[in-house]
Design a protein around this ligand. Structure first.
Ligand code: ATP
Length: 976
């Protein structure tokens, strides 16, 4: 249900006030002016000047039933309805299960002790003049509220919910011990007045139907007595009887719901006019409290109070938070706005700079009043601040107070020149039980909606008869006009009721729109909210008779206003409905709902995020672990693969090299064997032997380091037997060479390359060349492979440095590199030997030609051919048995078999020839043309001269052969 009568905030300010803590409400400094001084009457002032109440208006001396009260008449002769007794107001809704009858809190005794107990407020026996009610009860008069909270706590306890103790607390942080009561219970002095009150309450329903609560407060300077009776001349105030009597002209008795005498303090006033209403607001009703009265009569004092005596506003704030604290079953959100109506313009006191707000409104956006079906009439745009503590709320209001326009007037040094409206919006909803894990909150499922209620606390500007300054007069005219409109609306309200007493809402004649104030109060005046009106008056001498008459007239007008309000305004306020989601009152304005939804959403997001994070963390951890393991495995596997591959390559390379070396060794060995086993008339063994003596004596590989001639034979033989020695054809070569080679080479050697004459030599030469080419190709292939292997290993080595196995890799690569280098060296050496062989072969060829030229004997050639043929035949056809190694005398043996005579001669000549050759080689070595290797090999002095050397060497030998200075013996020996 919308309040309708009060301004609504535009946009809430979510943060607490940032400004420095303003001072708490302080009483206005009332400087004595001549006029006010005239108004102030010394307590010791004689009362003789006061007129006695008119007996015509005095109540009968004996109490009488209310119904029997005479119908009072107004000063103008109109009949006033009787004011209903406070005791006739209804009880709170019976439907509220929390209401039980419980003993009052002991704390309430403190309050009771401070407040004189009211034995009876029965207005019987006193004729009433004003404020006579038709007796409609009101929630605000109902008792039992003090018990409801206790009972509510009791119910919560029985429901197993959290029990909140009721702390003793000050009702205001600024109370300074001047006022103290229980926040949980309060002793309603009214409630305890008469039994008839309870009876009437019990008969009423649970809504807020009833009259407004109208109270009158008399400013203290009117004088007082101990029993609450104030007598100031024509005036008599009896607080106990809620009676104000005027015995002057147009006098009469005015009875209200509450009449506060001068000695009644703010706390008492609050307790009686607002405390219950505030509680109702917290329960979901809209409530309005406003102070009405002539300037300087104590409206602001009553609403704001002082530091030592807080007024309605701070005490209400204290009770609001007390209620929240003691109601754990619900959750609340409070927002506050503060506006003023000054010269018929609305200003936001929370958006204005502090200090006297005059002239500060220029920068402010104009605030207008709008109306809708749900919210009623509201001001917009208006700043709202969400508050979370009494102190914060008090600061906000104090800030607004500082911005409020005040000025010194004839009757008030700090007169409020505007109507000020504090509006506290209370949002509440049922708090969810602490379900396990808070599923409900997270799912957004809530048992009920948000209830929005509004408490409006209004300090009206004081009516003023006259003003000296133009500005004051302008203000006064606006003030007076709005107050007049208010009075008019209230007056007409009673005429605009339907048969049930409800205000006729369609009554277009109600002049709400005639002033901002009535427009703003439309909802409250039309009965949508609980209303409590405090009318302040000041009675007594006002100095001059004219001033006094004027003052009395104002006071009577105030009393009449109060009476009209009491009779006209009928509240049918209902508890605000709980709205769900964006529906209901305010829709999106319901911050509690919005915040709750936001919280639910954020919590959901948080949960999702947390779960995701946890999942991510675990999965990441898991993934990392798995990844690490995988990578580790992969690395290991790669390293292993690399290692295996490397090992394989190395093995292959090793095998290839070994095979090649074996092959070469075998070949060489074969050559040696040939040299050793060669027999026959012509053999290079002698030469070989001598060469071996010269060049290979220190070598442990004598089989390799055979004589040049033997080598030549070896190569030739190898080329003959395994025409091309490549790895691919190795099997054949091996087959032939495995044990048979020595014999065949031997045979070959024994046969001699020159055995078959020139044609054979050419063929063998070709074969040797071919074999040499094969070998070169093979070596090139090996070199290529080695190069590839080296590159691969070097690249892996570089990779291996970054891997955990880099040590292994590096070690392997080093070993491979070392091996490669070794193999390279061996290959180079082998190549050198091959070259040596070539050279020796060429030398032998040259020597043979020399011999042929020297001897010119065909028989020799024939022998040589025979030997060669025999050698070739044996080599190709029948390898000798294993172990049948030829020995040096083979040649001799073969020579023997052929021809002992020439054989010896040939042997001798061969020896000589060998010797000559040795000498020649030695000469070459000494001359630097030939270099002797460490293993006995002989090569040309410079590698760069190798091609030349190869060409030159035969030439040298040829030169030797053809040299004219060659002695006969040499020629003979060569021939031999
Ligand atoms: N009940 C009271 N007890 C003590 N002092 C009071 C009481 N009521 C009012 N006063 C004093 O009277 C002076 C005027 O009071 P206040 O300003 O509250 O009057 P007002 O009705 O608000 O006037 P205006 O309409 O001009 O603002 C203040 O100094 C205030 O302290």
């Amino acid at each position: 249900m919308a309040t309708g009568a009060l301004p609504r905030p535009s946009r809430p300010s979510l943060g607490p006030p940032n400004s420095a803590l303003p001072a708490l409400p302080v009483p206005k400094t009332r400087k004595s002016t001549s006029s006010s001084a005239a108004l102030s009457r010394s307590p010791s002032a004689p009362r003789s000047g006061l007129r006695a109440p008119s007996t015509a208006h005095l109540p009968p001396p004996t109490p009488a039933p209310t119904s029997a009260l005479p119908t009072p008449k107004t000063p103008n002769g109109k009949t006033l309805r009787k004011a209903v007794s406070i005791n006739s107001f209804p009880q709170p809704p019976k439907g509220d299960s929390r209401i039980t009858s419980l003993p009052p809190s002991p704390l309430s005794s403190g309050l009771s002790a401070g407040i004189p107990p009211r034995k009876s407020r029965t207005p019987t026996g006193t004729p009433r003049i004003g404020g006579m009610s038709h007796g409609t009860p009101s929630l605000l008069n109902g008792g039992g509220d003090s018990k409801s909270i206790l009972s509510a706590a009791n119910v919560r306890n029985s429901a197993g919910l959290i029990s909140v103790a009721s702390p003793t607390q000050s009702r205001s942080s600024s109370a300074q011990d001047s006022y103290s009561t229980s926040a949980t219970t309060y002793d309603d002095p009214i409630e305890a007045s008469t039994s008839s009150v309870s009876e009437k309450r019990a008969s009423k329903g649970g809504d807020g139907k009833g009259n407004v609560l109208v109270s009158v407060r008399v400013r203290p300077d009117a004088g007082s007595n101990d029993n609450g009776r104030v007598e100031g001349g024509e005036w008599m105030v009896d607080g106990r009887k809620s009676l104000v009597s005027y015995r002057g002209k147009e006098g009469g008795d005015y009875v209200y719901d509450n009449v506060f005498a001068t000695h009644d303090d703010n706390s008492r006033v609050y307790d009686h006019i607002a405390k219950r209403l505030v509680r109702r607001v917290m329960e979901g009703y809209h409530g309005t409290v406003f102070a009405y009265g002539m300037t300087g009569t104590g409206k602001t004092f009553s609403m704001q109070g002082t530091a030592s005596s807080p007024g309605v506003i701070p005490l209400a704030i204290t009770d609001i938070f007390s209620y929240i604290r003691e109601t754990p079953a619900r959750e609340f959100l409070l927002r506050v706005s503060y506006l003023e109506i000054y010269n018929e313009r609305i200003h936001d006191l929370l958006s204005m700079p502090t200090g006297n707000g005059t002239g500060a409104s220029g920068a402010q956006e104009e605030i207008k009043l709008r109306e809708d079906s749900k919210r009623g009439v509201y001001a917009t745009p208006l700043k709202e601040e969400i508050v979370q503590s009494p102190t914060q709320l008090l600061r906000v209001i104090a800030r607004g107070d500082q911005a409020r326009r005040t000025a010194s007037t004839q009757f008030n040094a700090r007169s409020s020149r505007s109507h000020a409206v504090v509006q506290i919006v209370v949002e509440s909803r049922e708090r969810l039980p602490n379900t396990k894990g808070g599923e409900n909150k997270r799912s957004g499922l809530v048992p009920g909606g948000v209830r929005v209620s509004t408490l409006s606390l209004i300090d009206l500007a004081g009516s003023e008869k006259a003003a000296e300054s133009k500005e004051r007069r302008t203000e006064g005219s606006h003030i007076n006009k709005s107050l007049l409109t208010l009075g008019t609306v209230i007056s007409k309200l009673s005429d605009a009721k339907d048969k049930d007493g409800k205000p006729d809402k369609d009554a277009k004649h109600l002049p709400y729109r005639d002033s901002k104030l009535t427009r703003l109060l439309q909802g409250a005046l039309s009965g949508n909210s609980l209303v409590s009106i405090l009318c302040t008056i000041q009675i007594g001498s006002a100095g001059s008779a004219a001033a006094g008459n004027s003052h009395n007239s104002e006071t009577i007008n105030t009393l009449k206003f109060a009476s009209r309000a009491k009779n006209s305004i009928v509240s049918h306020a209902k508890r605000a409905e709980e709205s769900l989601g964006a529906g209901g009152d305010g829709g999106a304005r319901v911050l509690l709902e919005r915040y709750r939804m936001e919280i639910v959403e954020l919590r959901r997001q948080l949960d999702t995020q947390a779960k995701k994070d946890a999942k991510d963390a675990s999965s990441v951890e898991e993934e990392e672990k798995v990844k690490d393991e995988d990578e580790e495995r992969k690395r290991e596997k790669e390293a292993e693969d690399r290692h295996e591959e490397q090992m394989l390559e190395m093995q292959l390379a090793r095998t290839a090299l070994k095979e090649r070396i074996d092959h070469l060794n075998k070949l060489i060995l074969s050559s040696k064997s040939i040299g050793v086993n060669t027999s026959g008339s012509y053999s290079s063994l002698g030469v070989h032997h001598r060469f071996s003596q010269v060049s290979l004596a220190p070598s442990n590989r004598t089989s390799i380091a055979t004589s040049i001639g033997a080598r030549s034979h070896l190569e030739r033989t190898a080329s003959m037997t395994s025409s091309s020695s490549t790895i691919g054809r190795r099997s054949n070569g091996q087959r032939h060479s495995g044990g048979a080679e020595p014999i065949s080479t031997e045979e070959d050697d024994s046969t001699g390359e020159f055995g078959d004459g020139v044609a054979s030599l050419a063929a063998q030469n070709q074969a040797l060349q071919s074999d040499l080419a094969d070998k070169n190709r093979y070596i090139a292939t090996l070199e290529k492979r080695l190069l590839q292997a080296r590159r691969a290993s070097s690249s892996r080595a570089s990779v291996g440095f970054s891997t955990p196995n880099k040590g292994i890799m590096v070690g392997e690569d080093h070993s491979v590199s070392a091996m490669m280098r070794e193999k390279d060296a061996e290959i180079a050496e082998l190549r050198a030997r091959l070259e040596d062989k070539d050279r020796m072969m060429a030398a032998l060829r040259s020597a043979a030609r020399s011999r042929d030229a020297a001897e010119g004997v065909d028989t020799s050639k024939q022998e040589v051919r025979e030997v060669r043929s025999s050698l070739l035949y044996e080599h190709a056809a029948s390898p000798p048995p294993q172990g049948a190694l030829p020995d040096p005398p083979v040649l001799g043996r073969k020579s023997k078999s052929m021809s002992p005579g020439p054989s010896r001669k040939r042997t001798k000549s061969v020896d000589e020839m060998s010797r000559i050759l040795d000498e020649m080689i030695q000469e070459k070595v000494e001359s630097g043309h030939v270099v002797r290797g460490v293993r006995g090999s002989v090569r040309l002095a410079s590698e760069s001269h190798k091609p030349q050397g190869l060409a030159e060497h035969p030439t040298d030998l040829e030169t030797l052969r053809e040299s004219p200075i060659v002695p006969e013996s040499q020629g003979v020996s060569l021939q031999a």
